[in-house]
Write a protein that binds this ligand. Structure first.
Ligand code: UGA
Length: 454
C-alpha cells in the first residue's frame, strides 16, 4: 500500500468510533483509539471487541500493527494530524441530543493540541451549529490557540450496523463539510485510498460487483451536519411510508411485497428501505427524527411529515399484538415464542428494538414469553433485566409448547428453519412473521404477515 500514512486519533470507541479507527488503520494510517471507559480500552488492548459486528475482529487483526488504544488524551492528541470525535449523542427526554460527551471530548482535545495544523473532525450525529460550537470550545480551551491551525470538519457517517465494514470500505459518498479548505484537503488526503479504491479489498469484505469509487461531496460545515439528519430522516420516512401502505394493503386485500416491488423499479423511488415490518428500531432513526423535530421546534418550525413518520412507527409497533389477539383472542396465560431480539440481524444491538416493545406488551398482557436471539441474548440479560421473559437456548426450544411464534428479526438462522410443517411441539401453528422469513409457499398452519391479508 502506498498510502501517505497520517497520524489519527479517534475519540469514542462505540460502533462508529471502532469502525472508523479500525478501517483507517486498515487503509494504512497510524491510529490511536481513545475512550474514557477504562474497561473498554483494556478489552481492546487485549485484542477483544466490546461489540459484535461481522468480520470486525478479522479487520482488527489485520490492522493491529497500526492501532493502539488508550484512555489518555495527552498520549493520543498532540501527535495526531486528524482527530475524530465519535462519542455518543443519546437523546434527552425532549428529543434533543445530549451533547455533553461532545463537549467533554472537544475540551480535552483542545487542551492537548500541539500548535501545528490539526483537524478536528466531527463524526457524531450532531445538530447544525455544533461544529461551530466545537470550534469555539477549542478556542476557549486550547492552551496555545491558533485560529488557522485548528480546523473543524464535519464528516458524517452513513454506515449501518451489521454491514458496517462494507459500508465503510465501499461508501456511496464521502461528505466533508468545513468552512476551511485546508481542513477538507487534509481529509481528502486521509480518505485518498477510499476515494481511489487503492487498497487491497479484504477477502472477507470483497468489493461489491460494479462498485467503482465513492462520490466526494464537499459542503459548508452546517450543510454536512444537515445531510446526516436529512439522510436518516428520509430513510425512516420511506419505511414509515411502506408501513402505512402495508396497513392499507391489508384492508383492500393487496400484498405490500408485490406493491413495493412494483414501485421500487421506478428509479426515482428505488427498491431499498421499503420493507414493511414492526417499525424501524436501532439507535439512529428514532433519535435523529426526534432531534430534527426538536430543532425545528426551537425555531418555531413544524415538521409535519417527520412527525407523522414517527407516529406511524409507533402505531406499527402495536400491529404484532393486534394480529396475535385476532387469532388467540385472550392472550393471558398463553405461551408465545419471540424469535429475534436485536433491532436487526447481524448485530447484538438492542437499542430501541421493536422486540423490546413486543415482549414488554405481551408480558403486560399476562403472556408467558420465551425469547431467542442467536447473538443478542447475553446483552439482553444485562440491558433487558426489567422485562419478563424466559430465554431459550435455540429457536426450536423457544417454539416448543408455544401457542404462537413471532419473528421479530430476520436472522438467517430463522430462514433455515423448515417452515413447511409446524415446528415440532408447537401447541398451535400460528406464526406472525414481521420480516418475511417464512417462504411464501409455506402451507403450515396460519402465517400472518405485515401488509398481506391472510
Ligand atoms: C442507519 C442508517 O441506515 C445508516 O445509514 C446510518 O449511518 C445509521 O443509521 C446511523 O445514523 O448511524 P442502522 O440504524 O444501523 O443504520 O440500521 P438500518 O439498516 O438503517 O435499519 C434501521 C431500522 O430500520 C431497523 O430496525 C430495520 O429493521 C428497519 N428497516 C430497515 C425496516 O423496517 N425496513 C426497511 O426496509 C429497512
Amino acid at each position: 500500500q502506498d498510502t501517505k500514512a497520517l497520524q489519527v486519533a479517534v475519540v469514542g470507541t462505540g460502533y462508529v468510533g471502532l469502525g472508523t479507527a479500525i478501517m483507517l488503520a486498515y487503509l494504512g494510517h497510524q491510529v490511536v483509539g481513545l475512550d474514557v471507559d477504562q474497561e473498554k480500552v483494556e478489552m481492546l488492548q487485549r485484542g477483544e471487541l466490546p461489540i459484535y459486528e461481522p468480520h470486525l475482529d478479522q479487520l482488527l487483526q489485520d490492522s493491529s500493527s497500526r492501532l493502539r488504544w488508550t484512555t489518555d488524551y495527552a498520549s493520543a492528541i498532540p501527535n495526531a494530524d486528524v482527530i475524530f470525535i465519535c462519542v455518543g449523542t443519546p437523546p434527552l427526554p425532549g428529543g434533543q441530543p445530549n451533547l455533553a460527551y461532545v463537549a467533554d471530548a472537544a475540551q480535552s482535545i483542545a487542551q492537548n493540541l500541539n500548535g501545528k495544523l490539526q483537524v478536528v473532525v466531527n463524526k457524531s450525529t450532531v445538530p447544525v451549529g455544533t461544529g461551530d460550537w466545537v470550534a469555539r470550545l477549542i478556542e476557549e480551551y486550547a492552551i496555545d490557540y491558533h485560529a488557522n491551525r485548528y480546523l473543524v470538519v464535519s464528516n458524517p457517517e452513513f454506515l449501518r450496523e451489521g454491514t458496517a465494514l462494507g459500508d465503510s470500505l465501499y461508501p456511496d459518498r464521502i461528505v466533508l463539510g468545513s468552512d476551511s479548505p485546508a481542513g477538507i484537503d487534509r481529509l481528502v488526503e486521509l480518505y485518498q485510498p477510499l476515494l481511489d479504491q487503492q487498497f487491497e479489498a479484504p477477502a472477507y469484505v470483497p468489493r461489491p460487483d460494479g462498485y467503482t469509487t465513492p462520490q466526494l461531496v464537499t459542503t459548508s460545515l452546517s450543510s454536512a451536519e444537515m445531510i446526516k439528519y436529512a439522510a436518516n430522516a428520509f430513510l425512516a420516512l420511506k419505511i414509515s411510508f411502506a408501513n402505512e401502505i402495508a396497513g392499507l394493503c391489508e384492508c383492500v386485500d393487496a400484498d405490500i411485497q408485490e406493491v413495493t416491488r412494483g414501485i421500487g423499479y421506478d428509479q426515482r423511488i428505488g427498491p431499498q428501505f421499503l420493507s414493511a415490518g414492526a417499525g424501524w428500531g436501532g439507535s439512529c432513526f428514532g433519535k435523529d427524527t426526534a432531534a430534527l423535530i426538536s430543532i425545528g421546534r426551537e425555531y418555531g418550525y413544524t415538521m409535519p411529515i417527520l412527525t407523522a413518520a414517527v407516529e406511524v412507527n409507533q402505531r406499527q409497533r402495536q400491529v404484532v399484538i393486534s394480529k396475535l389477539q385476532q387469532h388467540l383472542h385472550r392472550l393471558k396465560g398463553k405461551r408465545v415464542a419471540v424469535l429475534g431480539m436485536a433491532f436487526k440481524p447481524n448485530t447484538d444491538d438492542l437499542r430501541d428494538a421493536p422486540a423490546h416493545d413486543c415482549i414488554a406488551r405481551l408480558a403486560d398482557l399476562g403472556v408467558q414469553v420465551v425469547a431467542h436471539d442467536p447473538v443478542a441474548m447475553p446483552r439482553a440479560r444485562q440491558e433487558w433485566g426489567h422485562l419478563r421473559y424466559q430465554e431459550a437456548a435455540s429457536a426450536a426450544e423457544a417454539m416448543r409448547g408455544a401457542d404462537a411464534v413471532i419473528i421479530m428479526t430476520e436472522w438467517d438462522e430463522y430462514r433455515q428453519i423448515d417452515w413447511s410443517s409446524a415446528p415440532r411441539g408447537m401447541r398451535n401453528s400460528l406464526v406472525i412473521d414481521t420480516r418475511h422469513v417464512v417462504p411464501d409457499n409455506c402451507t403450515m398452519g396460519v402465517v400472518e404477515r405485515i401488509g398481506r391479508r391472510l
